[in-house]
Design a protein around this ligand. Structure first.
Ligand code: AMP
Length: 144
């Protein structure tokens, strides 16, 4: 039978598990889509956070957002990459959690998302919590 040491998991907060902001690739809302596509392709990530110059979270931009918005009436229009900005196509209603949230909240937050942004009480971006980090800790604490 598989069991989990819940007490040990609850010792961890989101802040312990997140990738800190300085190690997270991001773009700014005013950047053209082309810049975001370059960051996404070069990093190999499917999506990255969008921050303002003060490091406040504005949204998330994904490869899917960009590809959908390159489509004209009948074909892909490459020139859209330089004329449309990240803030015009990003997802604006993105979930976020606090660095002080506990493991249960962390686990719940990544059920529907490969990563969620971590934002402090003043709205500043602290980093991201990935589903990978949560599953890794869960795996370490499973006894069978
Ligand atoms: P992973 O857990 O490495 O599979 O990452 C899942 C997703 O989280 C990636 O596709 C990215 O969208 C995002 N991600 C992970 N690490 C980073 C990072 N260092 N910078 C920006 N986004 C990241």
């Amino acid at each position: 039978m598989i069991s989990v040491q819940r007490n040990e998991l609850e010792m961890y907060s989101v802040g312990d598990l997140m990738i800190p902001s300085e190690k997270v690739a991001h773009v700014q809302g005013g950047n053209p889509m082309e810049h975001a596509l370059l960051v996404l392709v070069k990093s190999g990530y499917s999506a990255v956070p969008v921050l303002d110059p003060q490091y406040k979270l504005k949204g998330i931009i994904s490869k899917t957002n960009i590809i959908n918005n390159m489509l004209g009436k009948e074909q892909f229009e490459l020139e859209r990459l330089s004329t449309i900005t990240v803030e015009e196509v990003m997802n604006k209603n993105v979930p976020y959690i606090s660095p002080d949230d506990n493991f249960s909240k962390a686990l719940q937050s990544v059920i529907d998302h490969p990563f969620v942004c971590v934002v402090d009480v003043d709205g500043f971006f602290d980093g991201i919590l990935t589903r990978r980090a949560v599953l890794k800790l869960l795996h370490q604490n499973i006894n069978d």
